[in-house]
Design a protein around this ligand. Structure first.
Ligand SMILES: *[C@@H]1O[C@H](CO)[C@@H](O)[C@H](O)[C@H]1NC(C)=O
Ligand SMILES: *[C@@H]1O[C@H](CO)[C@@H](O)[C@H](O)[C@H]1NC(C)=O
Length: 349
């Protein structure tokens, strides 16, 4: 009797192929999961255990907490509160701040903030830092990193307990486009050199803005994007994406989800690291070919967020503009760009 006839061999080969594909698929999904902190531990009896530390997937609330019953049939109907890929869109009235804080408080999470104050932008630091003390993750571990070319002009701001401020020197620049361009590189380097293993989340914010309302644990997520206040009612053909196909920030007609702000984004450290690294390398590759995207890092961020969907989207409450009258669906402005005269503060216009 012949065991290894043609048919058996085909079946064996096909099975091997299937297993191979399955293996690749599983290791691929594992890679995605491992964007949280993953570590392997060899136990005393030699078994290997994989731990996934994720603030995302395991939410523990204290059983003593009393709070309003959530409803499954009533809530905000004037705005969309979930994206087509099922990421929450955070609006006032969609979350319970007390409940969220009591989930995250025992986790002792730490949040880093980056802010860039180069040239005349240092004038915005005082208000930014003081209002952050009042509204940004109050009661949590917050470490603000200020990048500036004038460390001597740092305003004196009293930081609350558990809150820290670090100033990092950066060279001055003649063009604001260049200042903007280097931000991704500085964020990437900060994460690699200082924050890894020490910080859970990071938010990168524009300095020429002020907090006016709570910005807290409701904003936590893997990759967090903020909807730009200027375009959120427009058709995507109107979005100021980079439209030249030769740029690595290109988003074509009929593509893109929302127009996101370059002035506020964040999330888990690993996610923001990947974003900063990718945007930086795309920006630099473009520059080598003499291309500067329409809105520099914001264009690259928009391209990135279109492909890598944010797991949480913050409504324009999280970055409004002072000169814009508040729209009806915006119950509260939490963070807003101050009115400024570009000719006065930018080294070039
Ligand atoms: C909480 O985190 C901070 C820094 O992020 C650390 O200094 C402190 O020791 C931690 N506390 C506990 C109880 O783990
Ligand atoms: C972070 O932890 C990993 C694994 O424990 C280690 O390899 C790495 O050097 C650490 N990085 C920093 C900046 O401390």
């Amino acid at each position: 009797m012949q065991l290894w006839n043609g048919k058996t061999l085909t079946v064996i080969l096909l099975s091997a192929l299937l297993l191979g594909v399955l293996y690749c698929y599983i290791s691929q999904s594992y890679r995605v999961v491992s964007l949280g902190s993953v570590w392997e531990e060899i136990t005393a009896d030699g078994r290997s255990e994989v731990h996934i530390e994720s603030h995302q997937f395991h939410l523990v609330a204290p059983d003593s907490l009393q709070y309003k019953q959530p409803s499954i049939v009533s809530g905000r109907t004037d705005v969309v509160t979930v994206t087509p890929w099922l990421a929450p869109v955070v609006w006032e009235g969609t979350f319970n701040p007390v409940l969220l804080d009591s989930i995250y408080k025992p986790q002792n999470i730490s949040v880093a903030v980056t802010v860039f104050a180069v040239g005349k932008y240092v004038m915005f630091l005082k208000d930014f830092l003081e209002t952050a003390e009042q509204y940004f993750f109050v009661g949590f571990n917050v470490h603000v990193y200020v990048f500036t070319d004038q460390p001597t002009k740092m305003p004196q701001v009293k930081m609350g307990s558990g809150r820290q401020l670090t100033v990092r020197s950066v060279p001055s620049s003649k063009r604001w486009q260049e200042i903007s361009a280097r931000r991704m590189e500085l964020i990437q380097t900060l994460i690699e050199e200082k924050l890894r293993n020490r910080t859970d989340y990071i938010f990168c914010l524009d300095v020429d803005s002020k907090f006016h309302g709570r910005w807290g644990t409701e904003s936590l997520g893997g990759l967090v994007a903020v909807i730009h206040p200027g375009y959120y009612r427009d058709d995507r053909s109107q979005f100021p994406y980079e439209r030249r196909p030769q740029s690595r920030a290109y988003v074509g007609p009929g593509q893109g989800d929302f127009y996101y702000c370059g002035g506020a984004f964040g999330g888990l450290l690993q996610e923001v690291h990947q974003l900063a690294k990718t945007c930086r390398s795309n920006f630099e590759a473009d520059a080598k070919e003499g291309i500067e995207a329409a809105w520099q890092e914001e264009s690259h961020l928009n391209r990135y967020m279109w492909i890598n969907k944010p797991s949480k989207v913050l409504s324009p409450e999280y970055l409004w503009q002072d000169f814009k009258p508040r729209n009806a669906e915006v119950y509260i402005v939490r963070f807003s760009g101050v009115v400024k005269n570009y000719a006065e503060i930018r080294p070039n216009v």
